[in-house]
Ligand binder design. Structure first.
Ligand code: HEC
Length: 259
């Protein structure tokens, strides 16, 4: 029971359930050697991903608004290719696409060890496995890009058609007119910088009404729009250049959720 091949063992690995052949043909035991490597890579990925998420704050988008009939729902980016694939099944063929195809692919993956017997690890010596993977990656990328392009098209078609104004945020002219959160610092700044055009009660004047804008826009969506402005009708930042003040205004506007 001596095995000198350093590739073969992790010190202390129980080897009693391996056969003589397995110990001497240079193969690596699946448990624990192979799995341990997979787990290490998996753990590094998860920790790296957690750090990345912690360092990249992603703001919430606009609150869901049941009155907004122009809203086009779309899945998250990593599901876009599946969403797109379903578009190609005609009519009731969707049953095939939504149920049978995923089941077949899952079964293929489960039975892969019995289907693919090749011992070689070199990609070029395994044309079937390598080919399937390349095709899958190409298809997923293409479907994702296609889904995104079609979504953008639908969005611009719907905003060009149903709404006349072309403004980024469609406020719903709420019945309640009271200002909200007037103790926030953004309120005073708004009154001084933006009030002349949008009305100090958000009622609109030269610029559009902004009551209820918090129902359709978050502060992280508002800030870039305000910073860019709408030259020549609205100067960038409404004439204000201080980013932290603009942020305060955006925060205050996002709190205007009049119904
Ligand atoms: C000189 C007048 C003027 C000032 C000052 C001004 N705006 Fe505007 N604003 C407008 C006009 C006009 C529009 C509409 C633009 C268009 O139709 O092209 C607009 C549009 C907007 C919109 C988009 C509304 C929507 O429904 O999509 C927001 C948000 C906005 N302004 C916020 C602000 C903020 C915040 C300030 C102050 C920092 C400000 N504006 C200052 C004139 C002004």
């Amino acid at each position: 029971m001596s095995s000198e091949d350093p590739r073969e063992k992790i010190k202390g690995t129980p080897r009693h359930f391996r056969t003589h052949r397995e110990l001497h043909d240079g193969r690596e035991p699946f448990f624990p050697n192979f799995l341990l490597k997979e787990w290490i890579v998996g753990a590094m990925f998860i920790v790296g991903f957690l750090i990345w998420v912690l360092l990249n704050h992603v703001g919430l988008s606009a609150q869901a608004n049941p009155n907004d009939s122009s809203y086009i729902p779309v899945p998250d980016w990593y599901f876009l290719f599946l969403y797109q694939a379903l578009k190609y099944y005609p009519g009731s063929g969707i049953v095939f696409g939504a149920f049978l195809v995923p089941v077949i692919i899952t079964l293929l993956l489960i039975f892969l060890p019995w289907i693919d017997w090749s011992k070689s690890r070199r990609p070029f010596k395994r044309p079937l496995a390598t080919g399937s993977m390349v095709i899958a990656i190409v298809m997923m990328s293409w479907l994702t890009a296609e889904a995104w392009a079609q979504h953008q098209e639908e969005m611009s078609a719907s905003s060009g058609g149903s709404s006349s104004s072309g403004l980024p945020f469609q406020v719903q002219h709420p019945t309640s007119t009271a200002l909200m959160s007037t103790s926030m610092p953004g309120y005073k700044l708004f009154e001084n910088t933006c009030g002349a055009c949008h009305g100090s009660n958000l009622e609109g004047a030269f610029g559009p009404e902004l009551r209820g804008i918090g129902n359709v826009a978050s502060s992280s969506q508002l800030l870039p729009v305000i910073q860019k402005g709408f030259p020549p009708n609205m100067p960038p930042g409404g004439g204000l250049t201080n980013t932290s003040q603009l942020q305060q205004i955006a925060d205050w506007l996002a709190a205007q959720k009049q119904k």
